[in-house]
Design a protein around this ligand. Structure first.
Ligand code: G3D
Ligand code: MG
Length: 188
């Protein structure tokens, strides 16, 4: 089974860096010129009911310069899940999170789409004193979950550094598990 996921969040929060970090050195990606999007595929093993199943994970990422409104239909088409990401050192990027949720749910023809919330660049916390703290991110995710619980899922919150690699694998794993659970329980 192929799992398509999309990366969302304001410019420069670290989407491309996160994807590259997760894919590792020498990963291949395909650039689709007409959409201005890149995607890369990696296998992922997910344990469900004590059985380990291998899935193909297809991670979509927009190239920086595209006019998003022109391509969003293609970008979202068939996405089973998303990563919505902010930069812990940038308050404005947090304020955009609800906009990205609306954007995802409105434009994906599959409708409500599960996602995880990622706070990236945690390696910069010591340097940037006004960075959002872990508790703030957690409570924000809980607050947003009031809306998604109606649709059968809570929003997992995870803090990453695409620079050091901290929690990057965990984030993709978590999203994969969430999608499979959602597909098997809520949708069926
Ligand atoms: P985007 O794809 O969301 O637009 P990018 O973001 O992945 O292009 O990252 C934007 C900038 O943030 C890049 O810096 C990148 O190196 C940096 N960055 C991404 N993730 C992290 C992180 O976890 N920690 C730190 N310290 N920096 C990060 P440049 O300078 O290349 O523009
Ligand atoms: Mg990018």
């Amino acid at each position: 089974m192929l799992i398509k996921v999309v990366l969302l969040g304001d410019a420069a929060v670290g989407k491309t860096s996160l994807r590259r970090r997760w894919m590792g050195e020498g990963f291949t990606s395909q650039y689709i010129t007409t959409i201005g999007a890149d995607f890369s595929i990696k296998e992922i093993k997910i344990k469900i009911n004590k059985k380990v199943i291998t899935y193909k994970y297809q991670v979509w990422d927009l190239a920086g310069q595209v006019q998003f409104h022109a391509v969003r239909q293609c970008y979202y088409q068939g996405a089973l899940g998303a990563i919505i990401m902010y930069d812990t050192t940038n308050i404005e990027s947090v304020q955009s999170v609800p906009i990205w949720i609306n954007e995802l749910w409105r434009n994906n023809k599959l409708g409500v789409t599960p996602f995880i919330l990622i706070a990236n660049k945690i390696d910069l916390r010591n340097e940037v004193p006004q960075s959002l703290r872990t508790e703030q991110g957690k409570s924000y995710a809980m607050q947003l979950s009031e809306r998604t619980l109606l649709h059968g899922f809570e929003i997992p919150f995870i803090e990453t550094s695409a620079k050091t690699g901290e929690n990057v694998d965990r984030a993709f794993q978590l999203l994969g598990e969430m999608i499979i659970k959602y597909e098997e329980t809520v949708k069926s």
